[in-house]
Design a protein around this ligand. Structure first.
Ligand SMILES: [Fe+2]
Ligand SMILES: [Fe+2]
Length: 178
């Protein structure tokens, strides 16, 4: 191989290494920032569901409260998964924003608030999945896909309850929830 060809090869390898290391560093950092935003969303959902669980339990709507508790447990699991992943990627799990949520005093208001949060979560997780794909991080992608499936199920559960309320009226619906 000529000296010029050898130099061209070395330059090509170095360029390849530079592109690879830039790809390895940059998405990792922006991914942990995104995961922290998602973590904040989970804490807000935990805050909201804890409040809604307390209100419905206090009113004696035990079946309704049990459904809320299941969603609350899912959100706790998500917060745990995100925290582990952020630490694994070398980031610090932090709250990005204020943890605040309105607690609905009536059941229809609770469903309305919860559904808005869940639809927002589905959108945020889908966006984060696209980012994980771009970063070439298959493990983070798989984790986010499993979480968005749960959030999609939450939307479905709430929509079903809202449809039942529309069909049978709030009074009749609440009779089924004691
Ligand atoms: Fe969640
Ligand atoms: Fe959820």
């Amino acid at each position: 191989m000529s000296t010029i060809k050898r130099l061209e090869l070395v330059a090509a390898i170095e360029q390849c290494r530079a592109v690879k290391s830039a790809a390895a560093e940059l998405p990792g950092k922006s991914l942990t920032a995104t995961l922290n935003k998602l973590l904040t969303g989970e804490f807000i959902a935990i805050h909201e569901y804890t409040g809604h669980y307390a209100v419905t339990k206090n009113l004696g709507y035990n079946k309704l409260a049990a459904g809320i508790k299941e969603r609350l447990d899912d959100e706790l699991k998500h917060a745990n998964m995100l925290t582990y992943r952020i630490v694994f990627l070398g980031g610090d799990p932090t709250v990005d924003g204020k943890i605040d949520a309105e607690v609905g005093k009536t059941v229809p208001k609770q469903f309305e608030l919860d559904k808005a949060k869940e639809l927002g979560a589905v959108q945020d997780y889908n966006d984060a999945i696209q980012q994980a794909i771009k970063a070439g991080d298959a493990v983070t992608r798989a984790m986010l896909e499993s979480i968005v499936k749960d959030e999609d199920d939450h939307v479905d559960e709430i929509s079903t309850a809202q449809d039942q309320i529309t069909q049978m009226g709030i009074g009749q619906y609440l009779v089924t929830q004691v």
